[in-house]
Design a protein around this ligand. Sequence first.
Ligand SMILES: [Zn+2]
Length: 174
Amino acid sequence: MPSSCCVVFCTSGYKSNPEKVSLFQFSKNEILREKLEKSIPSANLVINSKTVICEKHFTPDQIVRTWESGSSASKVTIHLKRANLTHDVVSSIFSGPKYLSNPMKERKLPSKRVLYSSINEAIVLLEKSNCIVDGMVCDGASTNRKLWTEFVVSGIKGNVKNYFTHPSNENRKV
Ligand SMILES: [Zn+2]
């Protein structure tokens, strides 16, 4: 079973990320699976029986960790070895650039943001494939210079900013 999260800006389950998190498979029920799939902001997500998503994209009440029976005095609570997602679930928590936190908004992005998003996504995918992206080059054409403003990169004398925050790691620069 592959063990890395399908969400694009998430590194849960990757060898480079030692953090232990629960990973969930998608429901076998087509309607429930599609509902969850649609809530995940990713352009190229293909769900199959091996796809998993990690606990970080769900609120605590969406994750079932215990099994309970009876009430008050005779109540029995058992902690499950493997946590499960609640039956009818959509994911709602996404880190990374703000445009990802609301998939509905993402569809209405003006076209100039597409290149910006694609570059961020490309960097993250490369990093996930064990490539290290530390820099980007630009030929200075006007369309590319326009992109600089998206990344808040500036070549103005006295106000030079030649980096932006790495989409995979906020402590790194590109
Ligand atoms: Zn994840």
